[in-house]
Design a protein around this ligand. Structure first.
Ligand code: GDP
Ligand code: ZN
Length: 461
């Protein structure tokens, strides 16, 4: 049971319309009551939960008015923290809000640490750790898609999924432990075949969750696409086509665009930062002036590369030099300037010579292939996987790491089952998996790590 009461300013510091001081703990209502003069005759200690009260904050020392406020009361356990919560909505600026906090702290209330309100919600069992983490994600969400993923996590979807998988492991363990504890009796002992089958199911569950991570991360954080190719193949034109506006300078003289040009586009909900590597010196002496290092730098940051070639000219040494710098698995071959090719294009040859599997015949000038290009780019980022759920459920790296650990233990358990190993050995791996899954919801995580997670929060949350 948490005994002390905490308070903090929950709104950003600075001049604003209102500022909120949040107080939580067994003494929250009493503390605010001592400095609050309600407009009508009423007693904060007895007002109903979820009510709002107009009045004044008075400094008890000299009885001066600090601010006119609205005080909301939310009683335990139905509050953000699961404790009694009082929020003082101040109308004044920074000074008034700070003064109100100061007065509350004088009433035996402690200043809250960063994330401590959310931590209390977790410790009081109102939310699990994955939901608490979703609070940070919501605060930091960059895109609407990211916000949606965090919202689902906050509503407890990750917790539910994890708990379902944990329950399945517990079911197997229950059988196993029965046979460990009472070896002399015949229980409906689980056969190796059944155990293996059940393990397969659990493994698939986790694999599905893991496969949703990449998707979750992409929608949450967005990706960087880099346009690469030798001078004059149409990189800037491609960027313009994608952005559907004139932005990069397009010229006939190779190497005229000098600055790195980047912009953002929304690719079917994925925030894409698109970078034109025009800034890499586009001069004749490629070996020297292309700035291999600089190119490498850009391409290292790339989640995907759009490798542009000019099909009216075909491939040459300069194309190959750039090809050597890109990750072909994560590249899309843009066969640009198809409008200049009258006879059929030998796509096979391009694929063979570049070693890139995905391609799109394209014309930046005529805007042909633009839609296919976007589709291909999307599929490169989010591969269609059979039997894999559409949902981007896991988007947190910590969750992913623990899922991977659990998966390893389950693979090991399955191997032991198949090799006819004794059940108590298998139980060790299953318990390990159980522990790792519990770390996601915070059930089996040490206090230190939990503190670390909440330390990422801002004060007042
Ligand atoms: P970059 O150096 O790779 O950025 O190439 P630019 O985008 O500056 O284009 C170089 C030249 O190729 C310009 O004259 C463009 O108009 C021309 N160009 C680009 N894409 C196409 C295309 O699809 N078809 C034709 N015919 N010309 C193109
Ligand atoms: Zn350019």
């Amino acid at each position: 049971m948490i005994e002390d009461t905490i308070a903090a300013i929950s709104t950003p510091l600075g001049e604003g319309g209102i500022g909120i001081v949040r107080v939580s703990g067994p003494f929250a209502i009493e503390a605010v009551k001592k400095i609050f003069l309600p407009h009508t005759e009423k007693d904060l200690a007895t007002v109903r939960s979820y009510t709002l009260h107009y009045g004044k904050i008075i400094d008890p020392i000299d009885e001066t008015l600090v601010d006119e406020v609205l005080v909301s009361v939310m009683r335990a356990p139905k509050s953000y923290t699961g404790e009694d919560v009082v929020e003082v909505n101040c109308h004044g600026g920074v000074v008034a809000v700070e003064k109100v906090l100061e007065l509350i702290l004088k009433e035996g209330v402690r200043l809250a640490e960063p994330g401590e309100f959310t931590k209390r919600a977790f410790l009081n069992g109102r939310i699990d750790l994955s939901q608490a983490e979703a609070v940070i994600d919501i605060i930091r969400a960059k895109t609407e898609a990211g916000l949606k993923i965090a919202g689902r996590q906050l509503s407890g979807e990750v917790r539910e999924k994890i708990n379902t998988v944990r329950q399945k492991i517990i079911n197997i363990l229950a059988h196993i432990e029965v046979s460990i504890d009472y070896p002399e009796y015949e229980f409906d002992e689980i056969s190796p075949e059944t155990a293996s089958k059940n393990l397969d199911e659990i493994i698939l569950d986790i694999e599905k969750l893991l496969s949703s991570y990449e998707r979750g991360r992409i929608f949450k954080e967005g990706i960087t696409a880099v346009i690469a190719g030798k001078p004059n193949v149409g990189k800037s034109s491609l960027l313009n086509a994608l952005l559907r506006k004139k932005r990069a300078i397009v010229t006939d003289i190779p190497g005229t665009t000098r600055d790195v040009i980047e912009d953002y586009l929304n690719l079917k909900g994925i925030p894409v930062k698109i970078v034109d590597t025009a800034g890499i010196r586009e001069t004749e002496d490629l070996v020297e002036k292309l700035g291999v290092e600089k190119t490498r730098e850009y391409l290292n940051q790339a989640d995907v590369t759009l490798f542009v070639v000019d099909v009216s000219l075909g491939l040459d040494e300069n194309d190959k030099k750039i090809l050597g710098l890109i990750n072909k698995e994560k590249s899309l071959l843009v066969l640009n300037k198809i409008d200049l090719v009258s006879k059929g294009l030998n796509i096979e040859e391009y694929l063979q010579k570049t070693g890139i599997k995905r391609f799109v015949p394209f014309s930046a000038k005529k805007l042909t292939g633009l839609e296919t290009l976007e589709d291909q780019l999307y599929e490169l980022l989010i591969p269609e996987q059979e039997g894999i759920s559409e949902n981007a459920l896991i988007s947190n790296l910590r969750h992913k790491n623990y899922l991977e650990k659990a998966l390893h233990s389950l693979y090991a358990a399955k191997k032991l089952v198949l090799s006819g190993e004794s059940v108590d050995i298998v139980a060790i791996d299953l318990n390990e998996a159980l522990k790792d899954l519990g770390a996601i919801t915070g059930d089996t995580l040490g206090e230190e790590i939990i503190n670390e997670i909440f330390a990422q929060f801002c004060v007042g949350k």
